[in-house]
Write a protein that binds this ligand. Structure first.
Ligand code: BV8
Ligand code: ZN
Length: 235
């Protein structure tokens, strides 16, 4: 089984999805602008504050029943998780094969010499709008190891994800608006190879009328009982 998850997978853990980020401080931030290499070039201190806040916020949230269901599926099947999420909730729920096609909030690197940064992170007692990024010895700025708009995806994670999709007996697409490419192309690859695709999303997406089954349900409610429903769903 291959699970393709987006921000909706973590919504029931209390992690706002990109489009929900209208809460408080970030209401005036355009997530697509602040998650871009242009945004980083223009105001690295704003981008750094946003990622640092999201990094610290992850300590206060836990995996939900959806993450736990995906981890439990490993008892009877080979399960690969391909996630657009930069959080670590799939891993914390026990999933062993997680491919982060958009990087992670938990590793940092220099934006000039690429050397991984393992130094201390600035404290963030409460969300603030700007924090100066730490500097590397080479003079570069330390950035989060995430994939910004306009940047290529990590090739090894991408290759493993394509393989996980093409070898799947069934693909489950959960909590993604399916508009960001090339990740949104993965369910299309499965469909093109005749692999059954099940979508779990309370809202309609561009995939909904093309997948084998589209369930208008949330991940934490649909995933725990999904395996038992597969025979009936796939007929
Ligand atoms: C690339 C990491 C090429 C950072 C992210 C025009 C101009 C410029 C670029 C482009 C363009 N047209 C196309 C592009 C390419 C661009 C793209 O696709 N843009 C889109 C907007 C059109 N893609 C890129 O730039 C990619 N790179 O193409 O590089 C290249 C090649 C070689 C050399 C140089 C360059 C890079 C894309 C990666 C960007 N980084 N994230 C971070 O997380 O901070 S993407 C980010 O937004 C998320 O990872 C997610 O994938 C995406 C969408 O966010 P959301 O919509 O909020 O989240 P999600 O999609 O998951 O939607 C939430 C869904 O959950 C909803 O459907 C909702 O209904 C559902 N839901 C809600 N609650 C629940 C639920 N579902 C289930 N249960 C619930 N409880
Ligand atoms: Zn450096």
């Amino acid at each position: 089984m291959t699970v393709l998850s987006g921000a909706g997978m973590s919504a029931e853990s209390g992690v706002p999805t990109f489009r929900d980020v209208e809460t408080g401080l970030w209401a005036k931030v355009d997530p697509y602008e602040i998650s871009s290499s242009d945004g980083w070039r223009r105001h690295p201190e704003k981008v750094w504050a946003w990622y640092l806040w999201r990094h610290y916020m992850m300590k206060a949230v836990d995996p939900n029943d959806g993450h736990r269901a995906v981890a439990a599926w490993q008892d009877g099947a080979e399960v690969h998780v391909v996630t657009q999420n930069v959080d670590d909730l799939h891993e914390r729920a026990g999933s062993a094969r997680v491919h982060h096609v958009h990087g992670s909030l938990f590793s940092f690197r220099c934006d000039r010499c690429d050397v991984p940064y393992v130094g201390p992170l600035p404290p963030m007692p409460e969300p603030v709008e700007t924090v100066d990024p730490p500097r590397c010895a080479c003079g570069g700025l330390i950035r989060p190891d995430v994939v910004w708009f306009g940047e290529p995806l990590p090739s090894e994670e991408w290759d493993r994800s394509v393989e996980a999709v093409s070898r799947a007996d069934v693909a489950i697409v959960v909590g993604t608006s399916a508009v960001v490419y090339p990740a949104a192309g993965l369910p299309e690859m499965a469909l093109a190879e005749g692999i059954p695709v099940i979508e779990v999303n309370p809202e309609e997406t561009p995939l909904s009328d093309r997948v084998t089954i589209s369930l208008r349900e949330t991940s934490a409610t649909a995933l725990p009982g999904l395996l038992q429903r597969l025979p009936a769903l796939l007929g």
